[in-house]
Ligand binder design. Structure first.
Ligand code: COI
Length: 355
């Protein structure tokens, strides 16, 4: 699409929350980006409008068969005051991979990048400045065609909304407690586990609720076939430091290919650490914890950044990791990623894009 973006400005501006009051995902900015898709036209009518409700037909395919995908990325206000998106190209690539898996028409990557830059640029005053805060960017595509048959829809809307955020977990950088579940599974080989689609999150809610009631922040999923191998945490990928090696589950199609996972693996390899993307059985993690080889565990995610794991609970056994404290490598990774995001160090990897 080469059309210019039509801009309709909001008549009134909302009050902006103080940085210290920011939670996660409850406040939205003044504008949103929209574009429509129809089979005959492709993606068309890119526009920025005042933030507000969408009007959809009750028969819209998204409501019935869940053709819906989304992304989550962040824009940061650097220490120099400038606003930068973190790895937007990687997020657009993943959005398009999710689109293909869910039979949704992909976006032209350059055009999608422009949509993010233009919207975040227009809303730059909404990007908070304090360390630990950012503007969360939520690109979404849903099927809008009204019909009741089961087939890919012929009409869609792409929209982008923005939300100034603080820490994702109430714990902040304090280690989280995670329940390993073997009663439910999140994804199976050949399924949609690698797509960022709403259904994966709906499928995770019951296990998460049960875990919350038992005092845990999150659940750790095991593989859907054998319920034996570690997969992901649902809002984060997971990494273990076993002896001198960092181990993380491989991208075999049932876990989300995390962008922060990729950033962390890049940094660890640059630092000369031994990193292995391989299957890891939960029994191996437990055995390593008992023998003292499990030195650290952390989650990686856009919302959560790097989140230390202080405890794992599996089949009634509670395992403290690093005595429930933040590990040294966890801290180093967090520091390194945050320094790039807030431009405290030069971006030598091409990970940031000014908006
Ligand atoms: C993210 O880390 O950005 C996510 O999408 C996880 C969750 C907020 C859905």
């Amino acid at each position: 699409m080469s059309e210019a973006v039509r801009i309709t400005r909001a008549a009134t501006k909302k009050p902006k929350p103080k940085d210290s009051e920011l939670g996660f995902g409850t406040v939205f900015t003044d504008h949103m980006f929209l574009a429509d898709f129809q089979e005959e036209k492709g993606w068309y009518d890119p526009r920025i409008e005042p933030y507000g409700p969408l009007t959809l037909d009750p028969a819209a395919a998204v409501f019935h068969y869940a053709q819906a995908i989304f992304e989550g990325l962040k824009a940061f206000r650097g220490v120099d005051g400038r606003v930068r998106l973190f790895r937007p190209d990687k997020h657009i690539e993943r959005l398009n991979n999710s689109a293909r898996r869910m039979c949704i028409p992909p976006l032209d990557p350059d055009w999608a990048l422009r949509s993010l830059v233009e919207l975040v640029g227009l809303e730059r005053d909404w990007v908070p400045a304090s360390l630990g805060t950012s503007l969360y960017v939520r690109p979404t595509i849903i099927a809008t065609e009204p019909f009741l048959g089961v087939r890919p829809a012929k009409a869609y809307v792409y929209y982008v909304i923005l939300s100034p955020v603080g820490a994702y977990y109430a714990e902040g950088m304090n280690p989280v407690k995670i329940l390993v579940v073997d009663k439910y599974v999140r994804a199976v080989p050949g399924g949609v586990g690698a797509a960022k689609t709403g259904g994966n999150y709906a499928a995770s809610l019951l296990a998460s609720e049960e875990a919350h009631r038992a005092g845990f922040t999150q659940v750790l999923w095991l593989d859907g076939a054998e319920r034996r191998y570690v997969e992901e945490v649902g809002t984060m990928n997971i990494m273990f430091r076993l002896g001198d090696q960092v181990v993380t589950p491989p991208l075999t199609g049932s876990i989300l290919p995390g962008v922060t996972r990729d950033s962390a693996l890049n940094l660890l390899r640059e630092w000369g650490l031994s990193v292995s993307e391989r299957q890891i059985a939960i029994d191996e993690v437990i055995a390593a914890a008992r023998s003292g080889r499990l030195r650290e565990a952390w989650g990686t995610g856009t919302a959560a950044v790097i989140s230390p794991v202080g405890e794992l609970s599996y089949r009634g056994e509670r395992i403290a990791i690093n005595a429930g404290r933040i590990g040294e490598l966890t801290q180093r990774l967090y520091q390194a990623i945050v320094e790039i995001q807030y431009a405290k160090v030069p971006d030598t990897r091409g990970w940031t894009l000014e908006a």
